[in-house]
Ligand binder design. Structure first.
Ligand code: MD3
Ligand code: FE
Length: 203
C-alpha cells in the first residue's frame, strides 16, 4: 500500500478511503462559503480546473501572479477554517511518510471535470520548502504526470485513484508535476468529477 515514486515522494494507496465520505461532505459545505472558481493565470489564461481553499491561507492566481492570500478575493472574507477532519488526515498521512509535525495552514481544493488538466508546474509559493505537501485524490481517476527537477525531464505517468494520498517532500518537493486531461467517467462518490485536496504549510 506504500510505494516510493522517487526519494521524497510516497504514495499511500487508499489511505483516505475510510474518510472519503466525510471529506466529500466537508468539501460540499466549504464550497457554499467559498465557491469553486476558475482562476486566471498571470499570462491571462483561464484554468480548466476550478479551485477553492480552506485554512488561514489560500492559494490564488491572477494577472498579478501566484500567491497565498488570507482572504477569498471573490468575497473579501477570510477563507473558511480548515475542518479538523481534513487537518487530521493530512497530519496522519505526513507522519506515515516520515514528516512528524506537519501543521498545514492552507488546503487548496481542485475540482476537475472531464477534459480538465493541469500543466507541468512547480509548487514554490510556500515559505518553508522543507515542509511536505499532502495530496488526497477523490472521485474519478487521473493520470498524474511526475517530472523531475527541470521542466525538460520527461514525466512518468502515475494513476491516482479515489482515496489515494501522496506525500511530497524532501528532494521531490520542487519537482515538476501535472495532471493529464481527465477522462470521461462516473464515480459513485462524486459523479462525473475528480476532487483533489492539497494540504500545505504556506507561511
Ligand atoms: C509534487 N495538484 O494543486 S496533486 C497542485 O491532482 C497540484 O490537483 C494536482 O499539482 C492535482 O499544485 C496534483 C499532487 C501534487 C501536489 C503538490 C506537489 C504533487 C506535487 C508539490 C511538489 C511535488
Ligand atoms: Fe502542484
Amino acid at each position: 500500500w506504500r510505494e516510493d515514486i522517487v526519494p521524497g515522494a510516497v504514495v499511500l494507496r487508499a489511505f483516505a478511503l475510510a474518510d472519503a465520505a466525510s471529506l466529500l461532505d466537508a468539501v460540499a459545505r466549504l464550497v457554499v462559503a467559498a465557491p469553486f472558481r476558475h482562476l486566471q493565470t498571470p499570462g491571462g489564461q483561464t484554468m480548466s480546473v476550478a479551485m477553492s481553499n480552506c485554512g488561514t491561507r489560500g492559494w490564488v492566481s491572477d494577472r498579478r501572479g501566484y500567491r497565498y492570500a488570507e482572504t477569498d478575493p471573490a468575497s473579501g472574507l477570510p477563507w473558511p477554517p480548515m475542518p479538523a477532519a481534513l487537518a487530521g488526515l493530512a497530519r496522519r498521512a505526513a507522519a506515515a511518510a516520515g514528516f512528524e509535525d506537519f501543521a498545514p495552514d492552507a488546503c487548496l481544493i481542485n475540482h476537475y471535470v472531464p477534459g480538465s488538466r493541469m500543466g507541468l508546474h512547480q509548487d514554490r509559493d510556500e515559505a518553508d520548502l522543507t515542509q511536505p505537501i499532502v495530496s488526497v485524490s477523490l472521485g474519478l481517476p487521473a493520470i498524474f504526470l511526475f517530472g523531475g527537477a527541470t521542466r525538460s525531464d520527461r514525466p512518468v505517468r502515475l494513476p491516482l485513484e479515489h482515496g489515494d494520498v501522496v506525500v511530497w517532500g524532501g528532494p521531490a518537493r520542487l519537482f515538476f508535476h501535472g495532471i493529464a486531461p481527465l477522462k470521461d467517467g462516473h464515480h459513485a462518490a462524486t459523479g462525473a468529477c475528480r476532487l483533489n485536496l492539497t494540504f500545505r504549510r504556506a507561511l
